[in-house]
Design a protein. Structure first.
Length: 254
């Protein structure tokens, strides 16, 4: 019977060792598992635990330093329902938030607050040019299913909003976008602060079936660059305002 007791004690020791390794797993040991999911972004100078760690250097695929990341990951991740609290600090991007996986393709976002310096982190604006200014995003809550928000509350402030192109900069001033979503249908309002070069009043609607936007634009003072940009949208109405209506997807058929 001694061999049985020794085997049981050995098995118990292995379980204890595995439990300790699981509880105190160093973040750098798990780094190879993350690399495939980061899309070319690399975590360097990683320290702490998998469950509570940090990367002092986060660089993109070109080797450009983006900033520093710190995270807390719930140990329920082994049950397939991880909760990740993330903080990021960098000159281009800064913010924090909580991401929780609630199902195979279901994700819940909470308490998201992010700042993006568009001048330092160029984001293309299509054929119009590149976006410039500072974007501040607040996302109190969102529930995503297959990547699409079923429920959403979001607020975005675009400070010193500009489009930069070879033809010159087009300034819009301060713009704010408020979004609300229920049952996969998102409604939003876009407007200016009442003092910028362009008066903006717009409503939009998004769903998996299509999108629609209706906007009224009016320059508050003479601005050749702004007026040239507005002319690309079409001629003004009889009242001197630009009345824009665009739609796409199945919504454009109705």
């Amino acid at each position: 019977m001694k061999w049985l007791r020794r085997s049981l004690w050995g098995f118990a020791g292995l379980l204890l060792l595995a439990g300790l390794l699981f509880w105190f797993l160093p973040a750098r040991w798990a780094l190879p598992l993350w690399s495939k999911r980061l899309g070319g972004v690399q975590l360097q100078e990683v320290h702490g635990l998998l469950w509570d760690g940090a990367a002092d250097r986060v660089v993109d695929e070109r080797g450009q330093l983006l900033g520093r990341a710190q995270w807390q990951l719930s140990r329920r991740a082994v049950l397939g329902k991880p909760t990740l609290a993330l903080q990021f600090q960098g000159p281009q991007l800064e913010g924090h938030g909580v991401v929780q996986q609630t199902g195979p393709q279901a994700i819940q976002l909470q308490d998201m607050q992010w700042r993006v310096e568009l001048g330092l982190l160029p984001i293309p604006g299509g054929s119009w040019g590149s976006l410039r200014g500072r974007l501040e995003l607040q996302l109190p809550q969102a529930q995503l299913q297959g990547g699409w928000p079923l429920q959403l509350e979001a607020h975005a402030q675009w400070h010193d909003a500009k489009l930069q192109s070879d033809a010159g900069d087009v300034a819009f001033g301060e713009l704010r976008l408020d979004l609300q979503g229920q049952n996969g249908v998102i409604g939003g309002e876009l407007h200016d602060d009442g003092q910028g070069p362009l008066q903006v009043q717009a409503k939009l609607q998004l769903s998996t079936l299509g999108w629609r936007i209706e906007a009224t634009l009016h320059p508050r003072r003479p601005d050749p660059a702004l007026e040239n940009w507005l002319q690309k949208l079409g001629p003004p109405g009889a009242d001197g305002d630009w009345h824009i209506e665009r739609r796409g997807g199945l919504a454009s058929k109705t």
